[in-house]
Design a protein around this ligand. Structure first.
Ligand code: PHE
Length: 451
């Protein structure tokens, strides 16, 4: 397949390959690390309901739009915007910047997950009451987390250097189903514990008294982050997708899988957490502190569960981080005429430098604050709460007001050969509703954070 630059373009080898890779991008630390603690901090079920509405109304529409733009232009984020209008190049560039920023902290957490696979067998579980302290000591140490961070980044390099069908797709096809099976297994174990009912209630019985403007922004940010939206990732993945594929249907499959894993992660964690009388609002340490503490009280089986859990977390993080890396790499290939290999190496070196600072900000650089927060949190908050929402809003405006309606209809129905009955609903949502909704939620949320 040739793109508009006239270059040969790699393609997904199969439909399943694309779905697994796109779901692999979506399902990640966002689902397993961030979703549970954000749910815990925002009061549980009411947050989940708002989140689900955002995912299926805003997220699904934006994902469909991103895939359409990517496949139409056969170009990654920056090129895709630029193709329609030079004035829109900035929207693509914002996506590349977001990818750098997310990759500045994401692989640090990926490294923690890798480390915890090994730590499972080197004393982590031997003393349930010491798990919290040992996590704090581990992430604030200067050298050890850096070692794991670099190892995790290298795993990304190995996959992305191999390109689309040989690397990213193969990894997704094997790793994603493994992850899914592991989580079903963990969820079953969790709900069958004595006292698990309180956790299910926390997850599914709505309590709207905890909802504020911030809750809405947290849910929106979580929806964009978890679905890999608002920064050109799905544009990039769509650009490698065959013209035969049904885009709205693929978007629905990926969105559903992503949501299923988040809910499954919630079901794996909260019932067990309540069964062992622990705190739901434990923050970013939730997965690394509460989960091993739970496993530490399970005897020999706990070792198995813990290893399985952290392997799954590592896998999920890896199939997401490769997509973030690919956003930048495909930009360099499409726009700067670079070869894949030097593009990967250049990108990873820069991301590595960000990551070193993010990792050290957990400890020795903890006093260095940007706008009142450490470097790690700065990158996290900036992308999750601001950049992705702005990126998603810009994409909706771009698709609604710059791209021709007929082009979109043509792309989403494969030139009229497949049906997309909800086309007009989707189009009006993207054109009129989403830009305003996102703007209002973002402004209200930011005001309520600063209050
Ligand atoms: N969706 C990924 C996760 O949930 C993170 C991600 C964000 C990946 C943006 C790509 C783009 O962990």
């Amino acid at each position: 397949m040739e793109n508009l630059n006239g270059k040969q373009r790699d393609n997904w080898g199969s439909r399943l390959g694309f779905v697994m890779a796109a779901a692999g991008s979506a399902v990640g630390l966002g689902n397993i690390w961030r979703f549970p603690y954000t749910t815990g901090e925002n009061g549980g079920s009411a947050f989940i309901i708002i989140y689900l509405v955002f995912v299926f109304v805003i997220g699904l529409s934006v994902m469909t739009a991103e895939l359409a733009v990517g496949r139409r232009t056969q170009l990654a984020a920056v090129g895709a915007f630029k193709k329609y209008s030079n004035r829109w190049t900035f929207a693509g560039v914002l996506g590349v910047i977001s990818a750098f920023f997310i990759m500045g902290f994401y692989p640090v957490v990926g490294g923690w997950a890798m480390a915890y696979v090994v730590k499972t067998f080197t004393g982590l579980l031997s003393n349930a009451s010491a798990v919290g302290d040992s996590f704090g000591a581990f992430i604030s140490a200067p050298i050890e987390p850096l070692f794991w961070f670099i190892l995790f980044l290298l795993a990304n390099v190995v996959i992305v250097i191999k390109g689309i069908s040989g690397g990213i797709e193969k990894a997704g096809k094997i790793l994603m189903p493994t992850l899914f099976v592991l989580f079903i297994f963990l969820a079953i174990r969790s709900v069958t514990l004595e006292g698990a009912g309180a956790g299910l209630e926390f997850l599914f019985k709505p309590d709207f008294s905890k909802v504020t403007g911030e809750t809405f922004l947290a849910a929106l940010g979580q929806a964009f982050f978890s679905l890999s939206l608002g920064m050109g990732c799905m544009i990039t993945y769509g650009s490698y997708l065959s013209k035969k594929e049904n885009l709205p249907q693929n978007a629905l499959i990926v969105t559903t899988l992503d949501t299923a894993v988040a809910i499954l992660a919630g079901i794996a964690i909260f019932p067990a957490l309540f069964a062992f009388n622990m705190e739901p609002a434990a923050g970013p340490g939730l997965v690394f502190v509460v989960v091993p503490t739970i496993f530490a009280q399970m005897g020999a089986l706990g070792y198995l569960f813990s290893a399985v859990f952290f392997v799954a977390l590592t896998v999920a993080a890896l199939t997401s981080s490769v997509s973030l890396l690919e956003v930048v790499v495909s930009y360099l290939i499409d726009q700067k005429n670079m070869e894949r290999k030097p593009a990967v190496i250049l990108t990873v070196v820069i991301m590595g430098i960000f990551g070193i600072f993010a990792s050290l900000s957990m400890g020795v650089l903890g006093d260095v604050k940007i706008l009142g927060v450490i470097f790690f949190d700065f990158l996290d908050i900036l992308t999750d709460k601001i950049f992705l929402a702005i990126g998603g809003m810009l994409l909706a405006i771009f698709v609604g007001w710059v791209v021709k309606k007929e082009d979109l209809q043509d792309e989403l129905t494969n030139s009229g050969t497949v049906k997309f009955g909800l086309f007009n609903v989707w189009y009006n949502l993207v054109k009129y509703v989403i830009p305003f909704a996102v703007a209002i939620i973002a402004v209200a949320g930011i005001i309520s954070i600063t209050e």
